[in-house]
Write a protein that binds this ligand. Structure first.
Ligand code: ADP
Length: 481
């Protein structure tokens, strides 16, 4: 029932309706009307009074608000999509389709810049979304490797960071205009994409049905989308770089592990092989001394002595190297054992050295730990004997061995009152053959701490030293609980 019919039916009641009054040219005006049929009027002949108000501005504002809120929610949706970089390609496709639909564009496209084989700057069509009835151009070979120098009207403003917003007919006659017209494009809006201040490519919006004048809010929406896309590309690039770096690191680690294994094998084989000729040298030197010693002069006897001492030292190095190369992962050897018992064993074995160094060795109640007992014994024995050896003459060695319970490990420490170690030497002494004193001052091979480090690291722990030069050192290592 129309409003006027309702009025007639219910005299005295007010009825409202909105009417659009069409103009001959341009858009119509929206009006709000109120009608009333006076109560005592004759139902059929009586008059209806009406009053109308122009509400065009309210209506326009309402429409604008709806449009803006549509752009805003599209914007939010696009940001979410672009953040889901897992499926990057489909995120971009969805972004293009949301943006294209909400502004009513016919085609959305993305071009990426690069250098061609001759080093010239070119741009390439990479991705596209088109409205249903618009012919896609993604497979158009003419849109690949387009030289910047062939399309200056298009590329120059973009290079400078200026968007292109023009009707195709307004472009000067040029290759770009021709190419756009062949694709039936009537108007273009193109934004440059800058990444790390570098002109990376552009995002464009075509209209093939209208000579379109873009509204400021549409331009600002599409600009925001372009900026979001630039950030997403940048993030994606960083992720790719990170992934490449990770792969490189993994390859490097695998290579290092392999070459380490080979090196250990080499050390093992060579030190093993050297033992036999060394035994021969040693035994012939002994024979020489025994048989001809009496007939040789003092200098010749000294030569034999130096050679024998050299052979003994070489044997020490070979044996230590063998120990070093034998340190394995030893996972299968892991078992629980009592550290107190282990320390007591080490002390019993080194009784002579302890006596010589007038040593006092203290250890609190040490825990039961889990690991390769033989390997951990090597560690503690090296640390304890070093604590005995590296102390000034005339000072009785004082050693303390204790354990601290950490959240997921035990921290075992061996503290001495020896020479101490200067800060600059505290790291390198854990490397193979690194020593602070010459052999003449204090004999040794420089392999002991390298063995400790290898064992501790194979157990997933760390080893380090804290020391004050001239006062003493505290060697510490962790072992998983
Ligand atoms: P070596 O004792 O056979 O030289 P190590 O690898 O055990 O080999 O030790 C390397 C060097 O670290 C030693 O030569 C010594 O200079 C220094 N060092 C090790 N332990 C101590 C310690 N407790 N106090 C002072 N210096 C030490």
């Amino acid at each position: 029932m129309s409003t006027l019919e309702q009025c007639k039916k219910y005299p005295g009641a007010v009825f409202q309706t909105e009417l659009t009054i069409k103009k001959q040219y341009g858009s119509g005006r929206s009006t709000l009307w109120e009608f009333i049929a006076l109560a005592d009027n004759d139902k059929d002949t009586g008059e209806i009074q009406g009053i109308g108000v122009d509400i065009s501005r309210i209506k326009d504002a309402e429409e604008e608000l709806i449009k803006k809120s549509r752009l805003l929610s599209a914007s939010a949706e696009i940001v979410t999509k672009l953040n889901s970089i897992d499926d990057w390609h489909s995120a971009l496709e969805q972004t293009f389709s949301i943006a294209g639909r909400v502004v009513g564009a016919d085609r959305v496209y993305y071009f990426e810049n690069s250098r061609d084989e001759d080093g010239e700057m070119v741009t390439n069509h990479r991705l596209e979304w088109t409205e249903n009835n618009i012919e896609p151009q993604i497979n158009n070979p003419d849109l690949q490797n387009i030289k910047w120098s062939d399309t200056p009207e298009f590329m120059e403003p973009l290079k400078k960071g200026t968007p292109l917003n023009t009707l195709v007919k307004d472009l000067p006659d040029c290759y770009t205009k021709e190419a756009l017209m062949v694709q039936d494009i009537l108007s273009i809006l193109v934004f440059p994409i800058y990444i790390n201040r570098h002109f990376h490519g552009f995002l464009g919006f075509d209209d093939c049905t209208d000579e379109r004048e873009w509204l400021p809010e549409e331009i600002s929406f599409l600009k925001t989308i372009t900026n979001n896309l630039a950030s997403a590309i940048e993030r994606k690039q960083r992720l790719n770089e990170l992934e490449e770096l990770n792969q490189h690191l993994e390859r490097q680690t695998r290579y290092l592990e392999r070459s380490n294994r080979e090196l250990e094998q080499f050390a093992f084989i060579t030190s093993h092989q050297l033992q036999e000729p060394l035994r021969m040298i040693k035994s012939f030197l002994t024979q020489l001394e025994k048989r001809y010693g009496a007939s040789l002069d003092e200098r010749a006897q000294n030569y034999i002595r130096f050679a024998s001492e050299g052979a003994v030292r070489m044997r020490e190095v070979i044996l230590d190297l063998l120990k070093y190369s034998r340190v394995s992962d030893g996972e299968e050897e892991h078992a629980e054992f009592d550290l107190n018992q282990l320390v007591a064993e080490i002390m019993a074995q080194n009784g002579k050295l302890i006596m010589e160094k007038e040593a006092d060795i203290q250890y609190d109640t040490l825990p039961v730990i889990s690991g390769d007992r033989t390997a951990i014994r090597l560690v503690l024995e090296n640390l304890i004997t070093n604590g005995l050896i590296y102390r000034p003459k005339g000072r009785g060695a004082e050693l303390t061995i204790d354990a601290e319970k950490l959240s997921d490990a035990w921290k075992i420490s061996v503290t001495d009152n020896g020479f101490g170690i200067k800060r600059e030497d505290q790291e390198r002494i854990f490397n193979l053959f690194e020593r602070v004193y010459s052999r003449d001052e204090i004999p040794g091979t420089g392999i002991g701490l390298a063995i400790c480090k290898k064992v501790v690291e194979k157990h997933g722990g760390e080893i380090w030293v804290e020391s004050e030069f001239g006062k003493g050192s505290r060697f510490m290592f962790t072992i998983k609980r």
